[in-house]
Design a protein around this ligand. Structure first.
Ligand SMILES: Nc1nc2c(c(=O)[nH]1)N[C@H]1C(S)=C(S)[C@@H](COP(=O)(O)OP(=O)(O)OC[C@H]3O[C@@H](n4cnc5c(=O)[nH]c(N)nc54)[C@H](O)[C@@H]3O)O[C@H]1N2
Ligand SMILES: Nc1nc2c(c(=O)[nH]1)N[C@H]1C(S)=C(S)[C@@H](COP(=O)(O)OP(=O)(O)OC[C@H]3O[C@@H](n4cnc5c(=O)[nH]c(N)nc54)[C@H](O)[C@@H]3O)O[C@H]1N2
Ligand SMILES: [Mo]
Length: 765
């Protein structure tokens, strides 16, 4: 191909935000462009960012050691990530020797549980070079590590839902939701709590062939009426003609309880379904009547809490009972203090409607959050790089990272039990960016100050890399051979290396092999990375539950192999609905537990046996008078490629935008393009003002993932300087990052330049 007069060639690759074409200069030295397929009906704009990210000055190109660590050796250091921090670039041998010696010291003196290798994060697409698999295998090979479980996405649901619908039911909910075609055919009304944001569905873990979800959802919207219950009107595409029910953030539980209350009082509940398929409906009814707490959960009560008119709630309950209704809840609703109650209440409402297990009816959890919902292909097992068996049994729910580092030796409640927190000396992170993703970054700064050594493998000088003592440059997805497919994808495709790694960056496989050799461990089992790629492919191909596929060389030449495209005949819970005795759920009762005696017996102050309303509103008179929604960014994946044009083009006054209702902006003397100082109890940042009537008044919104600048912590753009680092509940201990109470004011001071992408100061020896 000819690109601006240059001869180029084209190959394929994949990211979590889509598969795309890579155009490479004829001499093979430069990626000229990354662009979506012309037949992708709804490609993610961030695809174009990949090429820019590859050669951006923020790349880590040589191993680097924090000067203070190099000079003083390992140990707690309150100056990690402070403005004056400096790094010294060293050769690979020196970096690997230092790191191997430190790993050996920690495992010998403190034991392997003193190494935290949870390393939560999305990394890159690509099955073999998956950053966490590689790290976990390495740490296992040297004796193990303290790990993390669950995720930031659905962390509360992952713990709560197995109590209500069983672990198997949980998997059905994730893997077997109705397709958009099924919804179009059967569903009269889809009530979408948290809306159905198009930009969120550009993302599928592992990548996605073509983005057909938006088109399919649009087709469904022609016959299915969509009601979007959200604080933002533009959570749902205007073309879909959805009805918007504006709701105060964090009050969905109240509305769901009032919807259920209406079903009960108006005789619209499906009593037969409740009797045969659920347990605990009586306890729910008593709660709705207000028996335990003296508060009847009427629509009028819910109106006062949520701002949704009582007439709207009654009307919605009647319409839901009159036809086939699907109740969908986005992940965001549970990523908040007591967020699991919204999920509990939604399951309860769907059960009282009695449509769980009917085609296109019941409860779903993820449309509008992830792009594979509704696309309707069956997931097949994918090739994986074996991680081995970690002999260390200690773990944390991933969002308790600061608690772990600050409170080693203590314990926290979790899922009805008590979790001991080991004392962590060394943290190794690869494929995640906690200084973007974790809540209350000032607290995280104190937490990483407490460890002896922080190690980070990275492509870029992220804020996390800028807190690390040892930073190792990793080769990206375009700089290594791999294979990829997303959840429910159409093809297992090759991801051939496009160019040589930038600077001295290396495959992490090589890094771990080198470290393992220094530690008398066997990481590579005698294979190089290409041989491993072939091995995991061939092992996959030989499995009885995978499709017919050609031998590796042919697969590689063909650029991939198709994955089966059949659809499920039925939606989740069809068998259970048809015969709950022959096909029980794997809950203690075998049924849907609207009252769980297990949860009740845990005796937790913030979790009851049934769904309950817990008010999280700010107390009257609080200076933090706006609720800031912290949503997923449209033009990047989390913090990835924030430095490239698709994300930078959304900035206002060079800052991450904050959206405000015009009346809230006017009350603060703000107009479009101004810079505002956003404050919470945790911290502050500067943001560029955008006014829009798509928001409810009293609500503001910013995307996550703008880079935190450790050299300017009081004004850095990342929303997580504002959010509160508190578990969703003592039951689930998940992330509460979805929103935070803030105050917003004009900023008329001098505007400090944005330096977040400049990397740290490099010092000579
Ligand atoms: N306030 C608030 N906070 C949130 C959320 C929210 O809604 N509100 N959402 C949360 C959610 S759901 C999530 S999933 C998290 C996401 O948090 P993360 O997954 O940590 O975010 P990413 O920016 O994707 O970070 C991935 C990092 O890995 C690096 N990387 C990519 N590939 C590789 C590789 O192969 N090797 C190595 N070594 N590094 C690699 C990238 O450069 C990047 O820095 O954020 C959470 N944080
Ligand atoms: N483009 C892009 N897509 C992504 C990602 C990304 O980084 N970029 N990240 C991916 C990941 S890892 C995940 S886990 C998913 C997350 O998926 P979600 O958690 O569902 O995504 P959010 O954008 O945080 O929230 C969706 C909507 O919920 C609404 N909302 C927030 N709080 C409330 C509330 O209290 N009540 C109601 N009714 N509505 C509320 C907001 O208006 C918001 O637009 O997104 C995935 N998709
Ligand atoms: Mo997520």
């Amino acid at each position: 191909m000819d690109h601006d007069g240059r001869v180029t060639r084209t190959q394929e690759s994949s990211t979590h935000w889509g598969t795309f074409q890579v155009e490479i200069s004829d001499d093979g030295r430069e990626v000229v462009e990354t662009r979506p397929y012309s037949d992708d009906p709804d490609a993610a704009p961030a695809i174009a960012a990949v090429a820019e990210g590859l050669r951006h000055p923020s790349r880590v190109t040589r191993p680097a050691i924090r000067r203070r660590w190099l000079e003083r050796g390992p140990g707690p250091d309150p100056l990690r990530g402070t403005p004056d921090d400096q790094y010294v670039e060293v050769g690979w041998d020196e970096a690997l020797d230092l790191l191997a010696r430190e790993l050996d010291r920690v495992r010998t003196v403190h034991g392997n549980r003193g190494i935290f290798g949870g390393s939560y994060g999305w990394g890159s697409a690509g099955r073999f070079h998956h950053a966490q698999s590689q790290l976990h295998r390495f740490l296992t090979s040297i004796g193990g590590y303290t790990r993390s479980i669950n995720d930031y996405s659905r962390g509360a649901s992952l713990v709560l839902l197995p109590h209500l619908i069983g672990p198997r039911g949980m998997r059905e909910l994730r893997n077997r939701p109705p397709s958009w075609r099924h919804i179009a055919e059967h569903t009269d009304l889809m009530i979408a709590f948290g809306g159905l944001r198009r930009s969120n569905t550009w993302v599928v873990p592992g990548g996605h062939d073509r983005h057909v979800g938006t088109r399919l959802a649009g087709e469904a919207a022609a016959s299915t009426h969509i009601v979007s219950v959200s604080s933002q009107r533009d959570d749902t595409l205007a073309e879909w003609d959805a009805e918007w029910v504006g709701i105060r953030p964090g009050t969905d539980t109240a509305v769901l309880l009032a919807l259920t209350h209406t079903l009960v009082t108006e005789g619209l509940a499906d009593e037969a379904f409740l009797a045969t398929h659920t347990v605990g409906a009586d306890r729910v009814r008593a709660y709705l009547r207000g028996e335990p707490d003296g508060v009847a959960k009427t629509p009028e009560w819910a109106e006062a809490v949520s701002g949704v008119p009582a007439t709207t709630i009654r009307d919605l309950a009647r319409r839901a009972a009159a036809g086939r209704t699907l109740v969908n809840v986005t992940y965001s609703l549970q990523r908040a203090e007591h967020g699991e109650q919204a999920i509990f209440a939604a399951v309860t409402f769907a059960a009282f409607l009695g449509q769980i297990g009917l085609p296109g009816g019941g409860f779903t959890h993820g449309y509008g959050s992830m792009g594979d919902y509704g696309v309707g292909v069956v997931p097949v097992p994918l090739p994986t790089f074996p991680q081995g068996r970690n002999p260390v049994t200690d773990f944390i729910p991933c969002a308790r990272i600061s608690d772990l580092l600050l409170h080693g030796g203590e314990s926290i409640p979790y899922d009805g039990g008590t979790l001991g927190l080991p004392v962590i000396r060394l943290v190794y992170w690869a494929g995640g960016n906690p200084f973007h993703h974790h809540q209350d970054l000032r607290r995280l700064t104190r937490a990483v100050a407490a460890v002896d050594t922080l190690v980070v493998n990275e492509f870029h000088w992220t804020p996390t890399a800028r807190h690390a003592d040892i930073v190792l440059p990793a080769a990206t997805g375009l700089e290594r051979d791999d294979l990829a497919a997303g959840a429910g994808d159409t093809r297992l495709r090759t991801m051939p290396r496009a160019v040589a790694p930038a600077g001295e960056a290396r495959e992490e496989f090589w890094i771990y092999d080198q470290l393992a050799r220094r530690l008398d461990a066997d990481f590579a089992e005698g294979r190089d990375s290409r041989e491993w790629l072939e091995t995991i492919y061939e092992e996959w191909r030989e499995r009885p539950d995978t499709p017919d596929a050609p031998p590796f060389e042919e697969f590689w030449r063909n650029g991939g192999t198709p994955l089966p495209q059949h659809h499920y005949r039925d939606d989740a819970f069809t068998d259970y609905r048809a015969d709950p005795v022959a096909h029980p759920l794997d809950t203690p009762s075998g049924r849907i537990e609207l009252f769980s005696t297990t949860l009740d017996a845990f005796g937790l102050a913030d979790t009851a046996g049934h769904a309950v309303w817990i008010d999280t509103a700010e107390p009257p008179g609080s200076p933090y008078d706006l609720q800031l929604l912290c949503t997923q960014p449209s033009r990047r994946l989390h913090s990835q490629l924030d430095m490239a044009a698709p994300s930078r083009s959304t900035k206002v006054a060079d800052r991450e935008p904050v959206r405000l209702h015009p009346s809230d902006a006017a009350a603060r003397g703000l107009t479009d393009g101004d810079v505002a100082l956003v404050h919470s109890a945790q911290g502050s940042l500067l943001a560029g003002v955008v006014t829009t009537d798509a928001l409810l008044s009293g609500v503001a919104q910013m995307h996550t993932g703008a880079w935190y600048d450790p050299s300017a912590p009081e004004i850095a753009d990342c929303v997580n300087v504002l959010t509160k680092d508190v578990g969703t509940s003592q039951l689930t201990q998940a992330s509460s990052g979805a929103r935070v109470a803030v105050s917003i004011a004009r900023y008329d001071g001098e505007l400090p330049p944005v330096r977040a992408y400049e990397g740290p100061r490099l010092a000579a020896r």
